[in-house]
Design a protein around this ligand. Sequence first.
Ligand code: MG
Length: 182
Amino acid sequence: MDCRHHIFCHRHTQPRRRRITRAVRIGIGHDTHRLGPALPLKLGGVDIAHSHGLVGHSDADVLLHAVTDALLGAAALGDIGEMFPDNAPENRNRDSADMLRRALERVKAGGWRVVNVDCIVFAQLPKLSPYKDAIRRHIGELLEVPADCVGVKAKTGEHVGPVGRQEAMMAECVALIEKVDD
Ligand code: MG
């Protein structure tokens, strides 16, 4: 007799609990860069047409820096500044996509893979809607996940604060990683 139909079967009078065997970790990243005139602007590795660009030791891609820190944070591997000191000559004008790839290699070496990321770019101008899909695709390629695992949102600074006055751009990212099954 199938014990599921037996009223006294203790095993099936208890609610069934699904055991979660998959190990997951979450990480957060945040970054700020100042804006300067007549500089190239890159966000998420995508060239953006704008009168101003971001100032930094590397290529100053504020979004990729936030993604990199979220990944490193999820795996408890420190932060982007420890991996790529901003006073090291080899990091001058460094491609932030390369920094993210190297951080991902460290995360993968620990036995993790990316599940998804969700990001916010804080910029008063320019409007980022025309670039969002390209940014999602590019970050997805860098993280080795489909573009539908990459959320990119844009917020203005409502004309107040350093973002609203167009003195700076900021970015935030959360990343979820999971342990790769052996
Ligand atoms: Mg930075």
